[in-house]
Design a protein around this ligand. Structure first.
Ligand code: KIV
Ligand code: ZN
Length: 498
């Protein structure tokens, strides 16, 4: 006997909430289409009342995607629900995801309310959402820390009010797997009418237990899991889609099936990482760079004799293709287009021509162009409309000399230049930049992503700059790491609310 497990992807809502991970509507459509081809059942496309951008993205994703249900998040507030219903108007299958905090700490400190009042509000929001759509999911925020008896009362009441799916979030990532599993079992055994709804898991990873908790939930009766690509999400993130999909694929004895086409996992993971500028840790299960790399002599010997000695997953099953074509300066447009398509990116001729020109420039600087480079090129025009652009950068540095940088900027069509010396080439370049942009800005975080494939590789820089009480996130990518650093700083400045 096998049971179908529904995959609810919240990369574009819980994942996109992460500072620095924001996507524009075009990028969100790209991710949504990839999620559709991956086979997810539900795409949580946004929180429409939160901003016009989110509202518009839900509209456009609804138009762009056919099979998955499109879901929009709301609070237990009538206005939120009206706006979500409006944003979902073009969805072929639609769901409103509404709810309220049910733990004593949420009831007391967040709502200054009582359990009885919250119960009434929960019923009311589901009934209100039912006026607009048939499929209503209710979330009991902080269910992980909600007393089971009260949680069961809330769940029973919202099912009676018409909720079709009940989300039991471990919002703070606090539960132990045994505790979370028992919570789901308790609801399965103590809620009248539980067979009329699907129970959903939604686990955060604050203690590194999100996937274990999700699996415990499924083993105890949950039949929907809320996940994100690469496990991105608030704080330490959410349960990752790839881990859950591969756990149930590897452990067939559990009799749980998903609709995920696992061979698309790796390309989608790369796309999300690249568009969101969010590196995947090298040892991340399933999609990390080292997930299938055997470095110790004993392991290599075993794998060469028989791969099953140390590998429980065939890399091809998750779409890692050892023979993927490496592009070079001699590759034509057709090869580039085919690689872009394999990575889930469809482009019109004009955009392809532009990327091809950028590709040739990059291929002049580095020998082999890999998938990461291609994804970067595909997202490069994100800076086209920027007010401030780097015009040129010249740096002199070395051992025993102080570094000096000269830098030119184009600001809204006008050219500016200055130079500075510093404690190294990056310091000198940023000081020169700060002489032109004369504002009180503080560099809070500066991460250079390791160059992994050769000294000519593209270096990626992630930055956080504080200005006027806000922290801004910036990204730069260049074969010259000093230029990548300056680009990241400029990316932050372009986002300043002035
Ligand atoms: O973590 C959480 O509780 C959530 C809800 C809004 C579903 O993301
Ligand atoms: Zn969440």
């Amino acid at each position: 006997m096998s049971d179908r497990l529904f995959i609810f992807d919240t990369t574009l809502r819980d994942g996109e909430q992460v500072p620095g991970c924001q996507l524009n509507t075009v990028e969100k459509i790209q991710v949504a289409r990839s999620l559709e081809s991956l086979g997810v059942d539900v795409i949580e496309a946004g929180f429409p009342v939160s901003s016009p951008g989110d509202f518009n993205s839900v509209i456009e994703i609804s138009k762009a995607v056919t099979w998955p249900t499109i879901c929009a998040l709301t609070r237990a507030v009538e206005k939120d629900i009206q706006v979500a219903a409006e944003a979902l108007q073009y969805a072929k299958r639609k769901r409103i995801h509404t709810g309220i905090g049910t733990s004593d700490s949420h009831i007391r400190y967040k709502f200054n309310s009582t359990r009885e009042e919250i119960l009434e509000r929960a019923i009311a929001c589901v009934k209100y959402a039912k006026r607009f759509v048939e499929d209503v999911e209710f979330y009991a925020e902080d269910a992980g820390r909600t007393e089971n008896e009260y949680l069961a009362r809330v769940v029973e009441a919202v099912i009676k009010a018409g909720a079709t799916v009940i989300n039991i979030p471990d919002t703070t990532g606090y539960c132990l797997p045994s505790e979370y599993g028992e919570k789901i079992r308790y609801l399965m055994e103590n809620v009248d009418g539980i067979d009329k709804a699907i129970i959903s898991t939604h686990c955060h990873n604050d203690l590194g237990m999100a996937t274990a908790n999700t699996v415990a939930g499924v083993l105890n009766g949950a039949r929907q899991v809320e996940v994100t690509i690469n496990g991105i999400g608030e704080r330490a993130g959410n349960t990752s889609l790839e881990e859950v999909a591969m756990i149930f694929k590897c452990h067939k004895e559990l009799g749980i099936n998903t609709n995920i086409n696992t061979q698309k996992i790796y390309p989608v993971s790369r796309m999300v990482s690249s568009l969101m500028n969010m590196p995947v840790q090298p040892n991340k299960a399933i999609v990390g760079r080292n997930a299938f790399a055997h470095s110790s002599g004993i392991h290599q010997d075993g794998v060469l004799k028989n791969v099953q000695t140390y590998e429980i997953i065939d890399p091809h099953d998750v779409g890692i293709d050892d023979n993927s074509i490496v592009l070079t300066a001699r590759s034509g447009r057709a090869a580039l287009k085919s690689r872009l398509n394999a990575l889930g990116i469809e482009l019109n001729q004009e955009k392809l021509d532009k990327i091809y020109q950028d590709f040739l420039k990059l291929a002049d600087k580095k020998k082999d162009i890999n998938d990461d480079d291609i994804l970067l090129l595909a997202g490069a025009d994100r800076t086209d409309n920027h007010r401030i652009k780097l015009d040129y950068l010249q740096v002199t540095s070395g051992v025993g000399v102080r570094s000096v940088a000269s830098l030119g900027l184009n600001i809204a069509g006008e050219n500016f230049e200055d130079s500075a010396s510093g404690n190294g080439p990056v310091d000198a370049a940023i000081k020169a930049l700060k002489k032109i942009i004369n504002r009180k800005m503080t560099l809070k975080e500066f991460t250079i992503q390791a160059i992994s494939k050769g000294s000519d590789d593209v270096g990626k820089v992630h930055m956080q700059v504080e200005y006027d009480g806000h922290v801004y996130y910036g990204f730069g990518a260049n074969t010259d790491i000093v230029a990548a650093s300056v680009e990241a700083y400029i990316d932050c400045i372009n986002k300043f609310r002035i």
